[in-house]
Structures are given as C-alpha cells and as structure tokens.
Design a protein around this ligand. Structure first.
Ligand SMILES: [Zn+2]
Length: 480
C-alpha cells in the first residue's frame, strides 16, 4: 500500500496498449478476451532483460490459451520476440508450432538485451554483438521439446515433417494439479471477492516497483489468479476486481464485493528497511468492528507465513489495524459493504531484494496463493455460525441458532455456540435475549411498533469463528 521507490533501472522497452481485460486461465469463461496474454507477448520483444525473461517464465501459466499467440509471435519482426516465443513454446508443446519453428532453424536473428551498468549511470547492451543465431537455437530447443528429436538442420527437419505430419502426436505430460486438502471441500459455493491491488500503472516508470523493477501490481494479479484457480477447483465462486493492468478506484473495487461472503485484497509491501519481509494482514480500525474479518485475517496470516517459509515471526502475530496507517483506515476496507468482512494481506516485501527475486518466480507466486487458499479453507472448515429468524410476533422474535458445523457427523448438536458471547442488536440497539442450548432457540422480547425492522445476531462457535455481519430484516405485525 506504500509508495514504491522511483528507480528507472532498465529500459522499459514494453509498450502497453489499452487492451481489453482478461480473466486468465481455467475454468474457461466465454467473456474472456486475451488482453493479458497479448501484454506478455508484447513483453517477449522487450529489450529489457528482466521484463522479457519474466514473460517467458509467466506465459506458460495461460496454458493452451497462450499457444496461438505464441505461434503467431514466431513470425514477429522482432528477433527477441521470435526467439523467446520459441523458448516459451518449449514449455507448452503443441504440434501447430512445428511448421513455423522449422523455418526458424535458418533464422540468423540475434538476441539483443539491455542492462544497467555497475554504477547505475548507463544502459548498455548485455552482449555488444548480441547472441548470433539465437532465434535458430531456441527454435531447435523448442522442436526438441515438442518432437523429442534433435534436427541437425532445416532440411532434415522438413524431411521429417513431410514424412510424419500425418501421424505425429505430441506426448502429453500429466497436468500438474495442486493438491487440494480434504478440508478444502468446505469452500464449496462460498462467494469470495479477490482484489489484486493497484493496476493501470504499468506505464509509470518506477511506480511501486522493486529494486530490480518488479511491479507490485503485476505480482498481485498473478497471485490473485493462482488463488482464483485453486478456489474454483474447490468449488468456490470467485470474482476478481481486475483482470489486467486496469486502473480501478478503491470505491469501485469495494462495490464489487457486494453479494460476496468475503473480500480479500492482495498486496505486497514496501519499506525503507530493506530487510523487512514479514507477512502482515490488515483489518479495518478495531478488531471487533467486523470480528469475522479478524478471524479470517488470523487464518490467512498464519497459513501464508508458514507456506512461504518465512522464519522471523512478527512480534504481534502480524495482524494490524489499518488505523495505524490512516486515521480512517484504508479506503478499500472503509468502503466495503457493511455485510462483507474484508482484509488486506501484504504477503511479503518487494523492497527486499531476496524476496523480490523469489516474487519473480511464478512458482513462488503459486505458493503464496496456496498459503492464502489454505487460510480460506481452514477458516470455512471451522464453520461460520449464523442465526435464522423463525418467527416475529408483536412481542417476541425467535431465532434458530446454527454453529456452522451442521452435517459434520458430530456426536451432539448442542453447546457449540459460546452462550455468554451472543449479542443481539435490534435497529442498532443492543437487546436482551434468552438462549436455550438444548433447542438452539434464541428469543428476544420486544416492544417494537408494527413495521419493518432490522436484527443483527452475533455468534461465536467453539472454534472462535464469528458469524458474518449479516442484517436480518423482519416485519412486526400489527396487534389485533
Ligand atoms: Zn500495495
């Protein structure tokens, strides 16, 4: 959430054009345009070493969807793009790439990259003569990955293709499916809004970037996509607030959280202490403002911390109030709908060189997402208590109380709500109540006039999970 260093390190060779948003990979959705893939394809042609090599690492994430764009990029005017598209296709083997890779075996195109001098004052070519015939070399590597054959020259490859094109099939590698722990089944049908922090800032030199020019917005989006894929695989309903390098106001993002059970904003942190790396998870103002958000924060914090292998545990458990940063808290949390608990997770620090190096690696981004995923799974595994209105008469309201652990083959249904911690509010005013743990019935005597009113019941179950901050509207009938 903090301001990044302004360090125009390397030539930012990638021009981002305004492209339509993209949803990423699985599960396929009809409305998904390929904007984000195109942005990475663009980057393959960059002269900035970190930018184009990062694209080679990340493009395989898009899987089958990226293949037609990579194949098209083999015909690009830009030799960097031709070579690095071939290098990426080596990781995404597809037979359609073969006829376009074969002519590249003759391609004299060199790799030409720029880096920064040791004193940071001049930008110069990484290889003054380039790497000659680099395109040909990458085409050869890609053909070997796709066909399993190493061709001495173009003529040999063409002869083989003429013989084999009718029968050749790419050997499919088994897909790597991340392990879903058994408690992930409690994520089924939950609605989660994920907000990849920032965006629309790729063109701003030095904005929220690390020392080697990693963009926070970009890493936030990668982690969000990986998390989305895991959640969807577990049966959750997921909304991402942005799908590409888009600028969205905090209000717009917060509004998208309506009709979701939870909101999670994904960020990476910056500090002038270049050694800082610990995860922190931020709730809005006070821990009991939306107690469900604090519960969620606790599960996210410890799972992320463990999963990304950080050793130094933060002194106060890493849960922080956004009131420490701004008197009225973070705009994103302040603007959330009253019924949606939300947190901001600062996964680690991109200002730390060691962490920035890790954050460049999509495998590490996947690990961060897996930590968040485990936190969400654990949160729902422990059940969300809730109350259901069963009757509203002119003198009394009756609710049935649930501990959120129904259907778990428990020995008993009783006593799993902390009875001394039940709170009932009617129209925002605390009310007395009576709770019978034998029947699970909560009754509230009232003297309300006829008409529409609102009740809010806050419950805690034995795992210390709070109910979501839901409002229950009800009608008091007129006395007859
Ligand atoms: Zn941020």
């Amino acid at each position: 959430m903090r301001t990044g260093l302004i360090l125009p390190l390397l030539i930012f060779g990638c021009q981002t054009s305004p492209l339509p948003p993209v949803e990423g990979i699985a599960p396929p959705k009809p409305e998904r345009p390929p904007g984000e893939i195109l942005r990475y394809i663009e980057r393959l042609g960059s002269k900035n070493a970190t930018i184009c090599l990062d694209a080679v690492e990340y493009l395989p994430y898009f899987g089958q969807e990226a293949i037609p764009f990579l194949i098209k990029a083999l015909e690009s005017e830009n030799p960097n793009r031709r070579a690095l598209a071939a290098a990426t296709l080596a990781k995404l083997p597809h037979r359609d790439a073969i006829p376009l890779l074969i002519p590249l075996l003759d391609d004299p195109g060199a790799l030409s990259l720029n880096v920064l001098s040791d004193d940071g004052e001049t930008i110069h070519a990484a290889y003054p003569k380039g790497i000659p015939a680099f395109v040909a070399q990458q085409a050869k590597t890609a053909l070997r990955a796709i066909t399993g054959k190493s061709f001495r020259d173009r003529a040999k490859a063409e002869a083989w293709w003429n013989r084999s094109r009718g029968t050749f099939r790419v050997k499919k590698k088994p897909e790597q499916v991340p392990p879903l722990p058994t408690h992930a089944k409690y994520l089924r049908d939950v609605r989660i809004c994920i907000d990849p922090g920032h965006g629309g800032d790729a063109h701003k030199l030095g904005y929220k970037r690390g020392l080697t020019y990693l963009s926070e917005a970009e890493v936030n989006l990668r982690v969000a996509r990986f998390l989305r894929d895991l959640l969807v695989a577990a049966g959750a309903k997921v909304t991402l607030t942005r799908h590409g390098d888009q600028d969205l106001s905090l209000k717009e993002r917060a509004k998208m959280a309506s009709n979701h059970d939870l909101f999670l904003s994904i960020h990476h942190n910056w500090s002038r202490n270049l050694r800082a790396k610990a995860t922190s998870t931020w709730y809005h103002l006070a821990p009991d403002q939306k107690p469900a958000a604090t519960d969620l924060a606790r599960f996210l914090q410890r799972n992320v911390f463990r999963e990304i292998g950080l050793q130094e545990w933060p002194p106060e458990g890493g849960l922080m109030s956004d009131g420490l940063m701004y008197q009225s808290g973070f705009g994103i949390l302040r603007n959330l709908p009253a019924e949606v608990p939300g947190v901001v997770c600062e996964l680690t620090y991109y200002s730390n060189l060691e962490m920035e190096r890790k954050l460049r690696d999509p495998a590490f981004n996947r690990q961060e997402a897996y930590g968040l995923f485990l936190g969400l799974a654990e949160y729902f595994y422990y059940g969300l208590p809730h109350a259901k209105l069963i009757s509203a008469t002119s003198g009394e309201l009756r609710f049935r109380v649930y501990d959120g652990l129904e259907g778990r083959k428990a020995w008993t249904k009783k006593y799993k709500i902390l009875r001394d911690h039940i709170l009932v509010g009617i129209n925002g005013i605390r009310s007395n109540h009576a709770y019978d743990p034998e029947t699970g019935i909560l009754s509230v005597a009232h003297t309300l006039p006829p008409g529409t009113h609102r009740a809010k019941v806050t419950l805690i179950n034995l795992h210390k999970n709070h109910s979501l901050p839901r409002t229950i509207p009800f009608q008091v009938p007129s006395r007859k």
